[in-house]
Design a protein around this ligand. Structure first.
Ligand code: SF4
Length: 367
């Protein structure tokens, strides 16, 4: 594995654009089948009401957005959604719950059942549930979880401008716990949150320095949602996305680079350049957890137009077996941090949220 420096990654990123795309496409062809792109489906199994303060997220309970809080989906609902996704070409289902961290409670036991249900459909099962202890990671692995998603989001420095309720080291600790449980790691970030290009590249450096590198690296463009502290962020240009995808491809040649949130504002031409530059997966479905996403039939038309084929499941790694007799691992509780520093925009939007909810309550009791 090559040990990258920030200077080297910056040099890659600043390569003249067409030259960069050509280099990334060449790396992509050495390590992946360029005619295949994986279709993954992201399913929110528990929406909204999250105690965290991520500035980009409409599921944070403290902000006032149009996301409605929902209870956990049942096994039947998840199975139906997974079967539909599979019939439309998805080989991976990623289940997301708006939690700070996993707790050893009945909701987690339910997630274990959901993982088994989807594994039995011969799909790659991924979950994104927040911070995870070693013991919890092992339980998920024994249930047949293929991948765990935990994004670094941005650089360690800029993370402090976006989230105050947990620290960067918690992210890295969770990724380490996923590795110890021998699951594949899915970790990437979001661009367009007001960060500098250097922050994006520092994030790539952190990811590329993990040994082994993550098997999956989602690159999201911020979808600015009304009511969140980042609601007024201007969208990034497609060229920034292409550069980011290409750079990710070059510095992590074996990883599947996932073209994730933000595709609704990309043209087919823009997405085609991202595929050429090494994006090997898209997320399908009209919603990405809670934000809009292109219709799956439009995506299938795009695949037809570009001559792409959806990747079969377990193309790179074996399907994990479900261990009914799970091996016991000492239940150690992790001490997650709570930095609690003040992020002005997050504080302002929390107050706006409180005020709007207070007014709604007052109006309701007046009627
Ligand atoms: S990104 Fe995740 S942890 Fe952050 S507020 Fe949203 S659901 Fe919660």
């Amino acid at each position: 594995m090559k040990h990258w420096t920030l200077a080297e990654i910056t040099e890659v990123y600043n390569t003249p654009l067409l030259e960069l795309v050509f280099k990334a496409a060449s790396v992509h062809r050495q390590h992946h089948n360029p005619k295949e792109v994986q279709i993954s489906t992201l399913l929110s199994i528990k929406t909204g009401g999250c105690p965290e303060d991520c500035a980009y997220c409409p599921q944070a309970a403290r902000y006032f957005t149009d996301v409605e809080k929902n209870d956990m989906l049942s096994a039947e609902q998840v199975e139906t959604a997974a079967k539909r996704a599979k019939s439309l070409g998805s080989s991976r289902l990623c289940m997301g719950a708006a939690w700070r961290n996993v707790k050893d409670d009945e909701d987690f036991e339910h997630v274990i059942e959901l993982v088994k249900t989807v594994n039995k459909l011969d799909m790659e099962v991924c979950a994104t549930l927040g911070m995870l202890s070693e013991h919890q990671a092992k339980r998920l692995a024994d249930a047949g979880l293929y991948a765990y998603n935990h994004n670094l989001d941005t650089s360690e420095d800029y993370y402090k401008e976006i989230i105050s309720t947990r620290g960067y080291e918690d992210r890295l600790k969770t990724l380490d716990n996923v590795r110890k449980a021998k699951m594949t790691v899915c970790s990437g970030g979001i661009i367009g949150m007001g960060e500098a290009v250097a922050d994006r590249l520092k994030m790539l450096l952190t990811l590329a320095s993990l040994n082994p590198q993550p098997e999956s690296v989602p690159i999201n463009a911020l979808v600015a949602v009304e009511g969140t502290p980042l609601e007024n962020q201007q969208p990034i240009s497609i060229w920034e996305m292409i550069r980011m995808v290409a750079t990710t491809r070059i510095v992590m040649p074996n990883s599947v680079v996932r073209l994730s949130a933000g595709r609704t504002s990309m043209t087919i031409e823009g997405q085609a350049l991202c595929f050429l530059a090494g994006a090997g997966s898209i997320f399908a479905g009209d919603k990405l957890l809670t934000t809009p996403n292109p219709d799956v039939f439009q995506d299938l038309e795009m695949f037809n137009l570009l001559g792409l084929t959806p990747t079969e499941p377990f193309a790179k790694h074996e399907q994990p077996s479900i261990k009914e007799e799970a091996v016991e691992v000492a239940n150690q509780t992790e001490k997650w941090t709570r930095p609690g520093h003040q992020i002005e925009a997050n504080v302002t939007y929390t107050k706006v949220g409180q005020e709007k909810r207070r007014k709604i309550k007052a109006d309701e009791s007046a009627n």
